[in-house]
Write a protein that binds this ligand. Structure first.
Ligand code: SAH
Length: 489
């Protein structure tokens, strides 16, 4: 199933052959990285939400730019065999999922192709089973094996964390999601990719706030108290966490609110307040205090236990996280003798998995609370051969290098923007035998792999894992080897 990046439709400079308001019929030739169908009308590109590759649809043109337009689908004239009924009642308004109308098998195929296309187009890398492109930087090397995406047996109700914006409607306090393209908050009862426990927790917190007359934050005036409710559920232990993000420290009826939450939320082990008085779209503020219970909840992946605090990053799909980390450990190829660096380590999840098989692991992460959690997690699991440092990986890693730490293996798991170029440069200078790249963005992954390849490394294989079914997101674990003197990886 073809994927089409938006940047590839920018070349057509002729007068568009369609006008706004016109009804057109179009074949769908691909799916954009945002999950919209790509239609062509007399060579002109139209993005049509809800349309699938292989279909022919009727659509009304709603906007036209220089090189592409957008149209709203009115009828499916020829259906794809992969078309499914999207079961979520608010699928269109919410926008949190983009692929519910595509069969799960179709989603997995599309995600693999997204990875393959990124490696070839952006990284100029050869992929096994794909035709060699003219611009491939080196077509004699052995091509990269991109494995089928590891999917879920039941791809629903997987998320262990919900982050719900709170607002005021005429009928009172509401909480749910921002209506697409607006700042209006719409009440949401159910979310089919959320674990049911989270849904129940959010419902109970909203009800408690309504009962006690706690005000909702108003984004236009900057007044009102409750901005967001963030909830987590640790599937392995049953523990739940409630984080109330408030526009100010004082919560009226604080004790009553805590009482109601404890009464209504089974397994609640931590109720935390985070104060954010800034008029910003950023969810969390700087100040966090525990209102009741512990400041963390505990979850397990495999046989390792993790303490997770309110602001720390923790993978949201526990079942698939195990698959992801297993692949990372496999690609690290450890024998027990190695020095390993885990850059962008979060609360030390991958570091602790690796520590069992390595001599020593060094983790670095920019959020101080996450490093506190990481240290606590090492102790919790009786793992002593790890060391965690707070800071930007691109600053800390060169310092480690200068102090004589020479990793045999480096694992990176950066946010969507990929690795900092300074970090890539330092990694190349330190010449580890293997690099394991865990990525949530195939585009920046492909860019960074090209830099590593140009610096004497070879991408060997890629294991995509579906961490976010029904959304356009794709996660990959990549095995990268240093090329030896004979040119072998
Ligand atoms: N490996 C972890 C976390 C991955 S998410 C896990 O699987 O749970 C990426 C992490 O990178 C986040 O925790 C984020 O806070 C951190 N981060 C972002 N920019 C960073 C930087 N420049 N240096 C170090 N860590 C960074």
């Amino acid at each position: 199933m073809a994927t089409v990046g938006a940047c590839n439709q920018m070349s057509d400079k002729r007068t568009p052959p369609v006008e706004t308001g016109q009804i057109v019929e179009s074949d769908i030739v691909g799916l954009t990285l945002e999950g919209e169908g790509v239609g062509r009308v007399q060579g002109f590109t139209l993005f049509i939400r809800g349309a699938l590759p292989g279909e022919r649809v009727r659509a009304k043109v709603v906007s036209i730019g220089n090189s592409f337009g957008r149209a709203r689908m009115t009828d499916v004239l020829t259906r794809s065999v992969h078309r499914r009924f999207a079961p979520c009642p608010i699928y269109e308004e919410c926008g949190g999922c983009q692929l519910q109308h595509l069969s799960y098998v179709g989603q997995l195929e599309w995600k693999r192709q997204y990875v393959v296309d990124s490696l070839m187009r952006i990284g100029k890398l050869p992929v096994a089973g794909e035709p060699v492109r003219g611009d491939a930087a080196d077509s004699v090397r052995s091509p990269i094996v991109v494995h089928p995406v590891i999917g879920m047996a039941d791809p629903w109700r997987y998320r262990n964390k919900a982050q719900v914006p709170i607002g005021q409607s005429e009928g009172g306090l509401v909480g749910g999601f921002y209506e697409q393209g607006s700042h209006d908050i719409v009440e949401m009862e159910a979310c089919l990719i959320q674990q049911e426990e989270n849904e129940q927790t959010v419902r109970a917190v909203k009800e408690a706030a309504r009962t006690l007359g706690i005000s909702a934050y108003n984004r236009s005036t900057g007044r009102g108290l409750l901005r967001h409710v963030v909830v987590r559920h640790a599937a392995a232990t049953g523990q739940r966490m409630v984080v109330l993000i408030t526009n100010g420290r004082d919560i009226p009826y604080e004790d009553e609110l805590i009482g109601l939450i404890r009464e209504q939320v089974p397994g609640v082990a931590s109720i935390v307040q985070n104060i954010n008085t800034f008029r910003t779209a950023v969810v969390f503020g700087e100040h966090t205090r525990t209102l009741w219970g512990e400041d963390v909840i505990y979850d397990e992946i495999g046989d390792i236990r993790f303490a997770i605090s309110a602001r720390s990053f923790f993978q949201v799909n526990p079942e698939q996280t195990k698959q992801l980390y297993d692949a990372a450990v496999r690609y690290a190829g450890l024998t027990g003798e190695e020095t390993v660096v885990d850059a962008y380590c979060g609360i030390g999840t991958i570091s602790l998995f690796l520590a069992r098989h390595a001599r020593r692991v060094y983790g670095v992460e920019i959020v101080p609370e996450a490093i506190e959690d990481a240290r606590r997690n090492a102790i919790l699991n009786g793992i002593h051969n790890v060391e965690f440092t707070v800071g930007a990986a691109e600053r800390v890693f060169p310092r480690w290098q200068a102090s004589g730490i020479t990793p045999d293996v480096i694992v990176v798991d950066p946010p969507r923007k990929g690795c900092d170029s300074v970090l890539i440069q330092s990694m190349l200078e330190s010449r580890p035998k293997r690099i394991v790249y865990v990525s949530c963005n195939p585009s920046t992954l492909a860019r960074d792999l090209r830099l590593l390849e140009d610096g004497g490394y070879r991408t060997v294989e890629v294991q995509p894992v579906d961490m976010f079914p029904h959304t356009v997101h794709v996660e990959c674990v990549v095995s990268v080897h240093r090329i030896d003197n004979n040119g072998n990886a």
